[in-house]
Design a protein around this ligand. Structure first.
Ligand code: NDP
Length: 525
C-alpha cells in the first residue's frame, strides 16, 4: 500500500520536514525514533551521541565582494552589478559576486585569444607543464582552505570536499601536467594542435572538481579558457583565480566570469570561442547544442543520469549496502552518475532492504562543516523544491517511502535521506533525475530482466553491478548502456580514467587521454 499524504498534515517530503516525527500516516521511519541514535533491525535503539567536530572556518577569508578574473587581474563588471551567493546550510549571505554582462564576456574572450597567440601559445609543452604542476602543488598546499570554502558555498560535507573534491582536483592538474610535454606520445604519428579559446560552463555539485576537469586538460593541450561557474557556487572558482596569480600563470590563460545562465549562453555562442565544454542539466545541454549548431565549434556535454545499481543474489550484501549508500547519498545525491535506481534480485530484496534501513539510520545529516556529517545541505532552495516535488510524486504514484528519523537543522536547505520501495518503472522517481538523496528500488528475477530494466532510461552515464561472479560482471558490463560501469564498487574516479555518457547524458569524455583529445586538433605529420 502506498504512502498517502493529506492536506491538513505536513508531508514527509516537505523541505520543512525538520522534526523527527513521522509526518504522514503511512510513511515509515526508522532509526528507533531517537535523534542521534542508530537503530537495530529489531526496532531497538542504542543512544549514540556524536560530539560536534566542526572544522574551523578561520582558515578561509571570504571577502565581502568579488570581481571578475580577466587577463590575470580582478576587474569590475562593466554593468557594475552584483549577485549574492549564500551558504545553503545557514541561508546566510557569504559574499557579493560580480554580475558579468556581454561586454565582460567579450573582454574575457579577447584576453583569452591574446594569450593563445602570445604567452601561452608560444610556450613549449614542458613550460606549460611547469605551470600545471605549480597549480597542483598550490591546490594541495591550500587544500584546507578550498575544502572549507567549497563546503560553505555548496553545502557538501567537509569530509567529502576534504577527501574527495580537493584531492581529485589537484590530481587532475598533476595528471594533465604530465601530458603537456608528451602530446606526441599521447597521439602517436599525429601532431596535436590546441583548439584555441575554450568556453567552459560548470555546475554547482562539484564546483572545484568540475573546474579542474575542464581547465587542466585544456591548458595542458595549449588552449586558453573562459570559465563560468554556477551562480550558487562561484567562490572556489574565484579562489582558484588567486591560485593562478600565485602560480604566475600568464594573464588571459584562465579567465573567470560570474553571472547567470544567460551569460553562459552568451559565452558559448560567441564567435571568438573555438571549443565548448559544458556540465549540467540535459535541458541546458540541449540549448547549448542548438545555440552553437553550425558554428563549427568542438563540443563536449556531460549531462544528467539515472544510473542503475544492480545487486545480484550472490553479492556480498554488507559490501553492497555500503556501495548503495555511497552511490546515492554521497554529495546529497547531487551527482550526475549517482546510483539513483537500485535494482535488487527478488530473492534478496527483503534482507537487503532491511540492511539498508539499518544503515540509513546511522547516517548523520547536518552541518556540512562538521567532520562527522555524512549528508550536508542541498545546494539551493530551488533544488530542494525540485527534490521535494519529485518525492511527493513518488508517494502519489504509489511507491512506499522510508526516511530515517533524524533531526534536521532549524535553518538551511536539508532533506532526509529517502528510500523508496515498491517502485514501478513508470513512476517519475524511476525515470527522472532527482539529483537529491533519494533512492528508488525496483526488483528483478533474471539477469535479462535486470539488463532490460537498467537500460530502460534515456540516460546512459553510469551503472553499478554487485555480484560474486567475474563472468557475470563482464557479461553485464557489456550489455549495460552506460559510459561508466562500476563492479562491486561505485562512484570511483581517477584522472587517468575517462568519464562521460551518451544519449541524454551527453557526449565526449573527460579524464584520461580521451579528455585530452577533446582539446586538440590532430593533424597528420
Ligand atoms: P543547469 O544546467 O541550469 O546549470 C549548470 C550550469 O549551466 C550553471 O553554470 C548554469 O548557470 C549554466 N546555465 C544555466 N542556463 C544556461 C543557459 N541557458 N546557457 C548556458 N549556461 C546555462 O542546472 P541547474 O542548476 O538548473 O540544475 C537543474 C537540474 O540539472 C538538477 O536538478 C539536475 O538534475 C541537473 N544537473 C546536472 C548536473 C550534472 O552534473 N550532470 C549538474 C547540475 C545540475 P547558473 O548557475 O548561473 O544558472
Amino acid at each position: 500500500m502506498a504512502a498517502m499524504t493529506t492536506e491538513t498534515e505536513p508531508t514527509a517530503t516537505e523541505p520543512a520536514a525538520k522534526d523527527a516525527q513521522p509526518t504522514t500516516a503511512a510513511v515509515a521511519q526508522g532509526g528507533g525514533g531517537a535523534p542521534n541514535s542508530w537503530g537495530l533491525g529489531d526496532g531497538q535503539a542504542i543512544p549514540w551521541d556524536y560530539a560536534p567536530a566542526p572544522e574551523s572556518r578561520d582558515i578561509v577569508t571570504i571577502r565581502p565582494r568579488y570581481g571578475l578574473f580577466i587577463g590575470g587581474r580582478e576587474v569590475m563588471p562593466a554593468g557594475g552589478g552584483v549577485f549574492v551567493t549564500v551558504n545553503p546550510a545557514t541561508e546566510e549571505p557569504l559574499a557579493e559576486v560580480a554580475l558579468a554582462t556581454k561586454p565582460d564576456v567579450e573582454r574575457a574572450i579577447r584576453a583569452a585569444r591574446r594569450a593563445t597567440g602570445k604567452s601561452w601559445g608560444r610556450l613549449p609543452g614542458r613550460e606549460r607543464a611547469k605551470y600545471l604542476f605549480r597549480i597542483a602543488r598550490i591546490l594541495q598546499e591550500r587544500s584546507r582552505e578550498f575544502a572549507v570554502l567549497e563546503s560553505m558555498d555548496s553545502g557538501k560535507p567537509i569530509k567529502e570536499s576534504r577527501d574527495v573534491d580537493v584531492p581529485l582536483a589537484a590530481a587532475h592538474f598533476w595528471y594533465y601536467a604530465g601530458w603537456a610535454d608528451k602530446l606526441d606520445y599521447a597521439f602517436p604519428g599525429r601532431t596535436a594542435e590546441p583548439l584555441g579559446v575554450a568556453a567552459q560552463v560548470i555546475p554547482w555539485n562539484f564546483p572545484l572538481l568540475m573546474l579542474a576537469w575542464k581547465i587542466a586538460p585544456a591548458l595542458a593541450a595549449g588552449n586558453t579558457v573562459v570559465l563560468k561557474p554556477a551562480s550558487t557556487t562561484p567562490l572556489s572558482a574565484l579562489l582558484f583565480a588567486d591560485v593562478c596569480r600565485q602560480a604566475d600563470l600568464p594573464g588571459g590563460v584562465v579567465n573567470i566570469v560570474t553571472g547567470p545562465g544567460e551569460i553562459g549562453m552568451t559565452l558559448v555562442t560567441h564567435p571568438g570561442v573555438d571549443k565548448v565544454a559544458f556540465t549540467g542539466s540535459t535541458a541546458v545541454g540541449k540549448l547549448i547544442a542548438k545555440g552553437i549548431a553550425g558554428q563549427g565549434k568542438a563540443l563536449t556535454l556531460e549531462l544528467g543520469g539515472k544510473a542503475a545499481n544492480i545487486v545480484f543474489e550472490d553479492a556480498p550484501l554488507d559490501q553492497a549496502v555500503e556501495g548503495i549508500i555511497n552511490g546515492i547519498y554521497f554529495n546529497q545525491g547531487e551527482v550526475c552518475c549517482a546510483g539513483s535506481r537500485l535494482l535488487v534480485q527478488e530473492s534478496i530484496a527483503e534482507p537487503l532492504i532491511g540492511k539498508l534501513k539499518d544503515r540509513l539510520a546511522t547516517i548523520r545529516v547536518g552541518d556540512p562543516l562538521d567532520k562527522n556529517t555524512d549528508v550536508g545541505a542541498i545546494n539551493s532552495k530551488a533544488q530542494l523544491d525540485k527534490i521535494s516535488e519529485l518525492v511527493e510524486a513518488g508517494v502519489a504514484e504509489g511507491a512506499d517511502l522510508y526516511q530515517p528519523a533524524c533531526e534536521l537543522p532549524e535553518r538551511g536547505f536539508f532533506f532526509r535521506p529517502t528510500l523508496f520501495t515498491n517502485v514501478a518503472q513508470s513512476h517519475r522517481i524511476a525515470r527522472e533525475e532527482i539529483f537529491g538523496p533519494v533512492l528508488s528500488t525496483l526488483t528483478f528475477r533474471t539477469p535479462d530482466e535486470a539488463v532490460e530494466k537498467a537500460n530502460n532510461t534515456p540516460y546512459c552515464l553510469s551503472a553499478g553491478i554487485w555480484t560474486d561472479k567475474g563472468s557475470r560482471i563482464l557479461m553485464m558490463a557489456q550489455r549495460m548502456r552506460a559510459g561508466v560501469v562500476w563492479a562491486n564498487t561505485f562512484n570511483r574516479f581517477d584522472p587517468a580514467s575517462p568519464f562521460g555518457g551518451y544519449k541524454e547524458s551527453g557526449y565526449g569524455r573527460e579524464g584520461g587521454l580521451h579528455g585530452l583529445l577533446a582539446y586538440v586538433r590532430l593533424e597528420d605529420r
